[in-house]
Design a protein around this ligand. Structure first.
Ligand SMILES: [Zn+2]
Ligand SMILES: [Zn+2]
Length: 340
């Protein structure tokens, strides 16, 4: 079978590999769709450090084989398997940081989601990491369960009431967050985005204003739009380092900046730390998602509360994976979906 694998330095290649087999407690899933994520691009570039590098984690498909002892899953079922699952019992999980659980990154899809089929480890199956897709959720929509879950978790870490908000970066994560902010009642939701295609999507999805940070002064524009006060919440959905300080500067006193995008390693924050105290602004990071959020994401997609289909701009068969990576690096792409 074919699989797209990381090949150093700074590349990926589609190779012929032996198909995986389901050992005890495991399942093998035939991939039907897998979203190409910004973190995959970073892993391919060699700049991602948060987990051992395996590419393809926004995968859905059909159960192809079931190992001994697996309950509740059968061959032919349409599923979303979560690539990382927390234990739910250790001090870190119980302390409220399940995505920091030492087990969380201990397992992954094998050889990864960009493969004709992949093995889901026993740990993930046993810890309720596999969700069944209802008939109303096609594979392409199902591929958004994982990224939407990450955005849900991030907003779950924000204060309960959000009036005005600014989203920095209207890639897939920014556009999912924009819709979640509307569902939470935020108004207005402002957006800062460089790419014309992404800015257009943000407008279609109801952004009150969309600014280009290369030509507009986003901090001044945000203040103007909020009558000088600043926004309650600024959500950084880009890995562009300077966006973090910019987000903090757009906040009203007491506001919160959520950090969802992974900044490049080794950067420095250009922000006067006295402002954290004198203006009581917060910087709250969010990393990945748990089974509570993947279930919530599936529910929102199934009920069409979040329009994920509109984010798909490109589709590539697995054999053209390398080309997909090239295209996804360009700004005219929002979400690229890989199919078998
Ligand atoms: Zn992702
Ligand atoms: Zn744990």
């Amino acid at each position: 079978m074919k699989a797209a694998l990381l090949r150093t330095p700074g590349g990926a290649a589609v190779e012929e590999v032996p198909p995986p087999e389901a050992g005890p407690g495991e399942i093998v899933v035939a991939m039907r769709a897998c979203g190409l994520c910004g973190s995959d691009l970073e892993k391919i570039r060699g700049t991602y450090t948060a987990a051992p590098p395996v590419i393809g984690h926004e995968a859905v498909g059909v159960v192809k084989s079931v190992g001994e002892g697996v309950e509740g899953l059968r061959r032919g079922m349409r599923v979303f398997p979560h690539h990382h699952v927390a234990c739910g019992r250790c001090p870190i999980c119980r302390g409220g940081s399940p995505t920091m659980c030492p087990h969380y990154r201990g397992t992954n899809l094998e050889p990864g989601g960009f493969a004709d089929s992949f093995r889901v480890p026993r740990w993930n199956v046993a810890h309720r990491g596999v969700l069944r897709l209802p008939p109303s959720v096609d594979f392409e929509r199902g591929a958004f369960i994982e990224p939407l879950a990450c955005a849900i978790r991030a907003l779950g870490r924000a204060p309960a009431t959000i009036g005005s908000a600014l989203v920095l970066g209207a890639g897939p994560m920014g556009l999912l967050s924009l819709q979640l902010l509307h569902l939470r009642g935020a108004d207005p939701v402002l957006v800062s985005e460089v790419s014309a295609v992404r800015a257009e999507r943000a407008r279609e999805l109801g952004a009150a204003m969309v600014w280009d940070p290369t030509t507009d002064d986003v901090v001044a524009a945000t203040r103007r739009e909020t009558k000088g006060g600043g926004v309650d919440l600024a959500l950084v959905a880009t890995g562009h380092g300077p966006a973090i300080a910019q987000a903090l500067r757009t906040l009203r006193p007491g506001g919160t900046a959520l950090l969802l995008g992974v900044p490049e390693k080794g950067g420095r924050l250009d922000f006067d730390p006295t402002e954290f105290v004198t203006r009581e602004v917060s910087l709250v990071p969010s990393n990945a998602a748990t089974e509570a959020e993947t279930r919530r994401a599936l529910d929102l997609i199934a009920r069409r509360k979040v329009d994920v289909a509109r984010l798909v701009t490109h589709r590539f068969p697995l054999e053209r994976f390398v080309e997909a990576v090239e295209v996804a690096r360009r700004a005219e792409c929002v979400k690229a979906i890989i199919t078998p």
